[in-house]
Design a protein around this ligand. Structure first.
Ligand SMILES: Nc1ncnc2c1ncn2[C@@H]1O[C@H](COP(=O)(O)OP(=O)(O)O)[C@@H](O)[C@H]1O
Ligand SMILES: Nc1ncnc2c1ncn2[C@@H]1O[C@H](COP(=O)(O)OP(=O)(O)O)[C@@H](O)[C@H]1O
Ligand SMILES: [Zn+2]
Lengths: 246, 246
């Protein structure tokens, strides 16, 4: 692509978390990955690239507006010190819609990367929206991405759409770290039996088909939506996350 | 808006199904609504407006390519005679990504409306993608939409993002038929206890807050992803769907 890539600044690693399909847990995986890496002592940031459906600020319980000093946007910090920028932090109300077409979205994505004072970071996580349109094209063309983590769920439907995302990354020569399968099954909190709500897990099969690392599977857990709704994702911890993050 | 609206052609009612949030069941609700209306004797079509993540063709088990006669695209018909157009039907492989920015997406949406030979239809259902960007702006500005059905799930997060969609519709003066809450709870197939996987249902509260009709709630059901993965959504039936559709 002839489009010049932005410089790396003081960012050691830039990781994209995506899937193509909505509602599979991209924001959840972005948040727990960032939280785990922060707990292990790294300097971490999250850029919420889902401009019209931004949820990262809510996951971390953040509502204050980022301040601007000498034309640089200062990212907001989570309780444990993760630097975060999310469109919802710039809106008067979190239920205000962003009615922007592609060109304005691309412009704000550039601002979130170049005008935000990220400082030196070990890891910057980019949480992408569903689809394979403007946001993905802009980020894969202009950002110096080190690798992508794909998030899928067990349905054939999710696999089909995630495969569109994988094929896009391959066409655009962006490296892929691996695939995580989320919502793989649910253990009934009453009778402890395993329920395959979305069918038998197939993440490992999809990863093999595309020659990707299978990073593991995360079960459905009713506690998760409580932690994310209450803005306490940093308090959620689970051995599986440790395995995946390493 | 100064943009001229397309004519109504021979379409009696045009219904948009949307949410703002991905993975809440927009395609599922679009499909069961269309199937129910078809079973009750209406002529029905579905336009899959999620260009980069199209799933309607898979839900109905369709793979054949629409034919073109004298510059008109003939929609494909489902087993029960629903007329369907979905981007995936135009791709050589269903896992091929569509790497288009807004302008091309707007162009194909116009083709799907004006160049497809829908014929006379009682109902055309438009299944929209997540977000509030190009697709929503194009459809709300240019299509003669009769009303919108919003789909939400119990989480505060989903409500927050669905409310962005509701606010968008109000800003753009598009009528709203009502709100459906999907994935409201799960009855354990082993011990029959009720599990609130995504927290306590709050669809009725959100509908009241925005002065919308609450159309009802659909529980989580492990059978659904089997029907959608096998392309047999027309065989799925459930008394709740009858209530909502009426
Ligand atoms: N493994 C899981 N178990 C239970 N709930 C989950 C799980 N993963 C995600 N969720 C919930 O599902 C919803 C959608 O997740 P989110 O990360 O927003 O998906 P996406 O970013 O792909 O749209 C959120 O409310 C989140 O809390
Ligand atoms: N009530 C439900 N119970 C179980 N699975 C569901 C339910 N509603 C939707 N699904 C499944 O969840 C997945 C996502 O639904 P979909 O309609 O594609 O969501 P969206 O169009 O909002 O992205 C599909 O695999 C579908 O079969
Ligand atoms: Zn049980």
């Amino acid at each position: 692509s002839m489009i010049p890539k932005f410089g790396k600044q003081q960012l050691k690693n830039i990781i994209v978390v995506t899937s193509g399909k909505g509602g599979v847990g991209k924001s959840f995986v972005s948040s727990i990955l960032a939280s785990y890496l922060r707990r292990s002592g790294m300097s971490v940031g999250i850029l919420d690239a889902d401009i019209t459906g931004s949820s990262i600020a809510k996951f971390f319980g953040l509502r204050e507006r980022p301040i601007v000093i000498a034309d640089k946007i200062i990212p907001v910090q989570s309780k444990n010190g993760i630097k975060i920028i999310s469109m919802n932090l710039l809106l008067p109300e979190e239920t205000n819609p962003v009615l922007w077409r592609g060109p304005l979205i691309n412009k704000i994505l550039q601002e979130f990367y170049e005008r935000v004072d990220w400082g030196p970071l070990d890891i910057l996580v980019l949480d992408l929206p569903p689809g394979t349109s403007d946001t993905h094209l802009t980020i894969y063309q202009s950002y110096p991405v080190d690798g992508i983590i794909f998030v899928s769920t067990p349905q054939d439907l999710a696999a089909m759409i995630v495969e569109k995302g994988i094929n896009m990354a391959k066409i655009m020569n962006v490296p892929i770290f691996g695939l995580v399968e989320n919502m793989s099954h649910l253990v009934c909190p009453y009778c402890n039996k395993e329920i395959e709500l979305y069918g038998p897990p197939q993440g490992a099969k999809v990863a093999e088909l595309y020659n990707l690392n299978f990073l593991g599977k995360i079960p459905l857990d009713p506690k998760i939506s409580t932690f994310t709704d209450e803005g306490r994702i940093e308090d959620y911890s689970n051995d599986i996350i440790k395995e995946i993050s390493d």
